[in-house]
Design a binder for this molecule. Structure first.
Ligand SMILES: [Zn+2]
Length: 232
């Protein structure tokens, strides 16, 4: 016999006792319904959190493991000790890390660093913090891009009180909507009431990545032009 048939100390975590799981699939990154497969408490010293819940994605069918912690906020510490509520603490695998092109990492180090830290916050379900973080990363990306492309604005850009929307207005017209809409989403993450209900962090990230692609193209153009001019 490979296993003992049962362990009385392990309790089932049923759907009703789960107060929160993230609805972003760590495999396909789509936001949507996750199917509950099973859940159980963990009591070992090395076990992270208080339980494990397994879900299947309705889009890609991949199985995610969710480490649960006891939800202290909604828990009713009544007489029944098995009446506990659980919320997701961490998802396995974690949110995938965005790899930026080398030129972005070297030329825009503050942006790359803050973006990465926001991803860590996101993978730990710190959704309020990651929204503000992505917005801050975006501001560094734009400021540094403007400093390079419009050196005459450098002094003005370095003033700490220059509003974000003023910086956006200095960008080429064709790309202004990307940071503008992203910053709305970022702002909403910091507000209690979300104004743009149909937009979320994933949209914001997609807009930021489009801007990164544009800036990468401009940087490579600048580099190749420099090389060409040196040959003359
Ligand atoms: Zn999926």
């Amino acid at each position: 016999m490979l296993f003992e048939s049962q362990d009385d100390e392990i309790q089932k975590i049923d759907q009703d006792s789960i107060t929160y799981i993230s609805n972003i699939c760590p495999f396909c990154n789509k936001t949507g319904r996750q199917i509950y497969i099973t859940g159980f408490t963990t009591i070992g010293e090395a076990d992270e959190g208080a339980g494990i819940v397994i879900t299947k994605c309705t889009f890609c069918e991949n199985t995610a493991i969710r480490v649960m912690s006891i939800d202290l906020a909604t828990n009713d510490f009544g007489l029944n000790e098995y009446n506990e509520k659980y919320r997701e603490k961490r998802i396995i695998p974690s949110v995938t890390e965005q790899e930026f092109p080398e030129i972005i990492i070297t030329e825009y180090p503050k942006f790359s660093k803050i973006y990465r830290q926001s991803e860590i916050a996101e993978s730990n379900n710190l959704d309020l913090i990651c929204g503000m973080g992505y917005r801050r990363a975006l501001e560094f990306l734009i400021t540094d891009f403007l400093k390079k492309t419009k050196p005459e604005l450098k002094e003005e850009l370095e003033k700490p009180n220059m509003p974000f929307h003023t910086k956006i207005d200095k960008l080429p017209n064709e790309i202004r909507s990307l940071p503008k809409v992203s910053s709305w989403i970022g702002n909403d993450e910091t507000h209690v009431i979300k104004r743009n209900k149909n937009l979320n962090i994933q949209d914001m990230k997609a807009f930021i990545l489009a801007l990164v692609k544009y800036i990468e193209m401009k940087e490579q153009l600048r580099r190749s032009t420099e090389i060409m001019n040196r040959k003359k």
